[in-house]
Design a protein around this ligand. Sequence first.
Ligand code: MG
Length: 247
Amino acid sequence: MKIGRALRSDGAAVWAALGQDGTTLAYDPATGTSGAELSITRLLPPCRPSKIVCLGLNYRDHAQEMGLAIPDEPILFLKPPSSIIGHGDAIVYPDQSHRVDYEAELAVVMARRCRMVSPDEASGCILGYTCLNDVTARDLQAKDGQWTRAKSFDTFAPVGPWIETAIADPHDLDIRLLVNGEVRQSSNTRHLIFSIPEIVSYIAGIMTLEPGDVIATGTPSGIGPLNRGDVVRVEIQDIGVLENRVV
Ligand code: MG
């Protein structure tokens, strides 16, 4: 099932599910069931995380293009919840940067509080999967030597459009990124260095993961710049298409 959040036409932010015929349905997260058709103004980001935990360097092809060794352990950083936008929202190019990059990523959304779990237990803590664009001010990443400013601008975490809760194997999904209709990244999640249960277990050994928290699993090769006016699109097989314009 594809679930998320939407702005109802009366102005309320509510849970929603995508119907078979493309309509938007009411959704009750307590029971996991969908109901009557909803009249919505627009989609919202599909979850409200307390944090977005991101992996640097988790595809073999991306490590090679950056000239970096394959890491022994996941490399983690955070994006703030204030950076989240939804499908169709604008990515704002900040004045402080002259090189803003896209990074297509498979994102994990947590179902429940999770701490100190084994990789086997970690799988049971996952609600589903969605698309994420880890927008990055590449010049500031290099200049600062650490990544907080480069990764944290408002609008630098497009997420959505929906959370797919029925992915049998998240390690065999085609992932692509297009800018103005041109393919810039094209890979498959089978090339992840660390598997998703390993990643969740590793992070939950450091910090408590809360329901709705997002884990961005890293980007494949082909990273590159965005310009104002571009339309950037993350496509992940069986999950969906996340599209945003840069302004
Ligand atoms: Mg990234």
